[in-house]
Design a protein around this ligand. Structure first.
Ligand code: NAP
Length: 462
């Protein structure tokens, strides 16, 4: 059994698997390619197409953020990186098996599921997790093709950027979104959207909202939307004032919310009400369907937290979207910390929860490492820390070198298991097909949604 120091000394390339082709996985791959190591990277992706969160998490009407895909694309073009799509690690190949083919494995699997809330009534018809809705409107083949948008009044729980995305998509007209890459089935569902009022609930105050200033301002840019904040919901305690002084971003968010609270009512047909100091206590149902949401009024306690006042309000709504944060999918064979919603790690190495020791050859980066918080840019510094640790371990020989070093060996294994692998060239074909579908309607692209159709373009060619 040789170590990676022996491999390094013999000038053979390091064999590294990165799991997840979203920004986290691609930034880590890029840093490894630019490092002192000679590397061969296999970038595994469970979806048939690359780009993770950019393709399946960013709202379609956010072209600025979607534009990051251009720089990710340039990284993927590098010879040292090979894309292997439609492969789920833990299902199609185990982590133990992967050690035979790779010197090191980086998990960059993100967070794609809804965090459980435990609110009474969460199971009712008309109660949705934001991840499900985002999956639907971003054309993720794992989610539904049709969405019930018959509710005229809708509640959205949480005051973070996902809540902004969900509220905006619910309040915009289908035709406003037609310039984006939304798939046809999404456009058809949105055409039947009856929502006139969206009520957003934050359990704390304006200074505790998790919005970023630019995204909050964008909420109000559509001519069909008016954002309304009640003046009595603008309140700050000592901790809130301190937060405003310390963070420009918090202050800008507060200023924007104050401006919404002060202005005269407009006549836009769709209203988004942002309610602060209202903590949801129950989703109210009748005959199994959502008919309302109950909230308890809260008040600041001086430290930026809140306490309940015992004053409850019932809001008549026919649908509730929970936008309270994401939860990662657990990968079989890798430790997982349910409480923190991360793979346990020391800033890069994966840690065995029972012994507290790092597991040789396993690393984590991005949301699966630090939790589902922060913007895409934050992922870059994460990737830097993780890859620096990996390179040090590699060069000093702390890792066992993989036995099966021929790049074709892993492909042969997956083919023997009849996995319909997609490739970077295949993505080129799928990308071209989506762009061609858009051309007819003068749109940049129309996303292809069905799994089989994606594989038909991006998978093995006859
Ligand atoms: P988030 O920023 O953590 O916001 C979650 C919200 O849910 C908070 O307001 C939180 O309130 C609230 N919440 C949590 N548990 C709750 C409960 N039990 N009852 C009531 N409210 C509850 O999460 P996110 O919106 O899912 O966003 C995740 C990350 O993605 C963030 O970093 C975000 O900036 C980023 N993102 C960025 C964009 C963009 O356009 N740039 C778009 C989407 C997402 P408390 O603070 O009181 O806990």
């Amino acid at each position: 059994m040789s170590t990676t120091a022996d491999v390094h000394a013999s000038n053979q390339p390091a064999r590294i698997a990165v799991i997840g082709s979203g920004p986290a996985g691609i930034y880590a791959s890029d840093l490894l390619v630019k490092s002192e190591l000679d590397v061969q990277i296999d970038l595994f992706e469970k979806m048939p197409a690359p780009f993770g969160l950019i393709r399946y998490g960013v709202a379609p009407d956010h072209p600025r953020i979607k534009g990051i895909v251009k720089s990710l694309h340039n990284v993927m073009e590098k010879n040292e990186i090979r894309f292997l799509g439609n492969i789920e690690v833990g299902r199609d190949i185990t982590v133990d098996e992967m050690h035979e083919y790779y010197d090191a494995i980086i998990f960059a699997t993100g967070a794609t599921q809804d965090k459980a809330m435990g609110l009474p009534g969460e199971e009712l018809d008309g109660s949705f997790g934001s991840a499900e809705f985002v999956g639907f409107y971003d054309g993720n083949p794992n989610f539904k093709r049709e969405w019930d948008l018959s509710a005229e009044s809708v509640a959205v729980i949480g005051v973070g950027n996902v809540s902004l995305d969900v509220s905006r998509i619910l309040a915009k007209t289908a035709d406003e979104l037609l310039v984006t890459e939304i798939p046809d089935n999404v456009y058809q569902s949105l055409k039947d959207n009856k929502a006139k009022e969206v009520h957003v609930f934050g359990r704390r105050g304006p200074a505790q909202a998790k919005y970023t200033p630019k995204e909050l301002k964008e909420l109000d840019e559509s001519p069909t939307i008016e954002v309304i904040v009640a003046p009595e919901d603008i309140d700050y305690d000592a901790a809130s004032e301190a937060a405003r002084r310390e963070s420009k971003s918090v202050d800008l968010v507060c200023q924007t919310l104050e401006s919404y609270a002060m202005r005269e009512p407009g006549d836009a047909p769709h209203k988004i009400y942002i309610h602060f100091f209202e903590s949801p206590t129950e989703i109210v149902g009748e005959d199994g369907k959502v008919v309302g949401i109950r909230t308890e009024r809260t008040q600041l306690d001086g430290n930026g937290n809140v306490t309940g006042t015992g004053e409850f309000t019932d809001w008549p709504v026919q649908a509730v979207y929970r936008a309270i944060g994401y939860h990662p999918q657990h990968v079989d064979g890798v430790p997982f910390d349910e409480k923190k919603s991360v793979i346990p790690n020391d800033g890069g190495h994966v840690i065995d929860s029972s012994t507290g020791e790092s597991i040789p050859g396993l690393y984590a980066t991005g949301w699966i490492k630090r939790g589902p918080i922060g913007l895409i840019g934050n992922t870059k510094s994460d990737a830097k820390d993780t890859t620096t640790m990996l390179i040090e371990d590699y060069v000093s020989g702390k890792l066992t070198a993989a036995d099966k070093r021929d790049p074709e060996a892993i492909v042969n294994l997956l083919e023997s298991r009849n996995v319909a692998m997609t490739t970077w060239e295949g993505w080129g074909r799928l990308d071209a097909a989506e762009r061609a579908a858009g051309e007819e309607f003068e749109r940049e692209r129309v996303k292809i949604v069905e799994w089989e159709d994606m594989i038909r373009h991006a998978g093995p060619q006859a």
